[in-house]
Design a protein around this ligand. Structure first.
Ligand code: ARG
Length: 463
């Protein structure tokens, strides 16, 4: 490697012996924080421009710094950068290389800042970039849910409570329930972005700096909407990382519930859907198997994101102001959260529009569980019975159906009239599955017309 800059540690004059080799490795973060190299360079270029604006660097020095940093970025991107554990982290690796390249000017870059505000800035830039990559994936998933809801607006399936058949619903309505969950996730992430988008740079180590810095200018260069208002808080705040991980944990909880239903529905016992083969794998021993690996894995990965949220909360709970080395432990949970969310979302956004619904099976299943019993009870209320009495009457009719194997809609008028003389020919309109879902025709209800209206609203929101 040409760029050996790992001989000597930066700022080591105070020490009378060199760091223990194990401690050096133990305290280093370069193995994982190198992921933020682009943001570190972006932050340094903005900082150097600000230092030039206020007269601390001259134009030539600025040009050298920018050229050097751009070259370093290219080296890292090409895999030609030699990382050094002696330089501990991404900030010092880059600074050491810059100094090796451009000499003394490289050593001036760190004027008026500290790694404490530098790292806080880098993480914010990094999460902001990731939020901007995650938002379109969430929208892609929402889009897929709307398109399947539209396609299956009138498809009938059993709706469940306690996983027991309750009332018929439309498949589209069920898809829209998932759409609502993801919509809230989008709102949460957009809200989190506002607090991520705050500039801590200028807080320096903890107390601010004696140089005449212009933080507003740096914020403008980096696209930050606001500037942290207290230097102690600026370097030590990781609330934004916790908020992001909380968003992620909630999203994963939603995807996990979603996964659970897909796994159940694609089983031989339910047979409500087929997942396309490209999202499934076989078994090494049982030739007939087609396993729903993607939803199972997403359900499983939810646990690690919950764990990361707990790690970050615990990381912060006992830290006195301001920066502590503990904070270095924020990165791995955060990075793994980003990877897990992006992977899970990508899989779901690809898979959802390709779900194949087995309409005859969902219809038959809705028929099997006396799912229109509530409709019969409501019908009797309409004929003058008190609801509790009609509930009782329908209970008797269901008990009869369990014995004979008939659905309510399959019983003769005579049989039904045996339970209540209020029943007449018009009862069959409410006992059909189509009649049952069509009757729930109000905002937020399961009727096909309501599903189509909600789909239209959803597409308009996404546009
Ligand atoms: N690698 C450190 C971190 O991730 C950077 C800040 C180090 N600051 C310090 N005073 N040791 O937090």
């Amino acid at each position: 490697m040409s760029n050996q800059h790992n001989q000597e540690k930066l700022s080591s004059a105070r020490f009378s012996e060199s760091t223990d080799a194990f401690v050096e490795a133990f305290t280093a973060s370069i193995q994982f924080d190198k992921r933020m190299y682009k943001q570190d360079i972006q932050g340094s270029i903005a900082h150097a421009k600000m230092l030039t604006k206020v007269g601390i660097l001259n134009q030539q020095e600025l040009n050298d710094i920018i050229n050097g940093l751009q070259q370093i970025e290219a080296e890292i991107a090409a895999g030609n950068f030699s990382w050094s554990i002696k330089q501990e982290d991404i900030h010092m690796n880059i600074e050491a290389r810059l100094t090796q390249m451009i000499g003394i000017t490289g050593k001036k870059l760190h004027t008026g800042r500290s790694r404490n505000d530098q790292v806080a800035t880098d993480i914010r830039l990094y999460i902001r970039d990731e939020i901007d990559a995650i938002l379109p994936e969430l929208k892609r998933l929402q889009h897929g849910l709307l398109s399947i809801a539209e396609r299956e607006a009138a498809t009938i399936m059993p709706g469940f409570t306690h996983l027991q058949t309750a009332q018929p619903v439309t498949f589209g309505h069920h898809m829209l329930a998932w759409f609502e969950m993801i919509k809230r996730d989008v709102e949460r992430l957009q809200d989190c972005r506002k607090r991520v988008n705050t500039l801590p740079l200028g807080s320096a180590a903890l107390a601010g700096t004696t140089y005449p810095i212009d933080r507003h200018y740096t914020a403008e260069l980096l696209g930050f909407e606001r500037i942290s208002e207290n230097s102690l808080d600026g370097v030590s705040d990781r609330d934004f990382a916790i908020e992001f991980t909380h968003f992620a944990a909630t999203l994963m909880m939603h995807l996990s519930r979603f996964s659970e239903e897909l796994v159940l529905w694609s089983s031989a016992q339910f047979q409500f859907i087929d997942l396309p083969d490209r999202f499934c794998t076989g078994s090494s021993i049982m030739p007939q198997k087609k396993n729903p690996d993607v939803p199972e894995l997403v359900r499983g990965k939810t646990g690690r994101v919950y764990g990361h949220l707990m790690s970050l909360l615990t990381l912060m709970k006992s830290q006195p102001l301001a920066y502590n080395k503990d904070n270095q432990e924020d990165k791995e949970p955060l990075f793994d959260t980003v990877d897990t969310v992006k992977g899970s979302l990508r899989a779901f956004a690809d898979m959802v529009p390709a779900i194949i619904v087995k309409k005859e099976m969902t219809y038959e299943a809705a028929k099997r569980g006396f799912s229109t019993a509530t409709d019969l009870a409501d019908y009797l209320v309409g004929k003058g019975l008190a609801f509790r009495d009609s509930h009782e009457v329908v209970g008797l009719a269901v008990a009869h159906g369990i014995k004979t194997g008939e659905d309510l809609s399959e019983m003769s008028l005579q049989t039904l009239q045996g339970f209540s003389d209020k029943i007449s020919e018009d009862v069959f309109e409410v006992l059909t599955l189509e009649g049952s879902v069509a009757a729930r025709n109000h905002f937020g209800g399961t009727a096909p017309d309501q599903v189509r209206a909600a789909v239209a609203r959803g597409f308009a929101e996404l546009a």
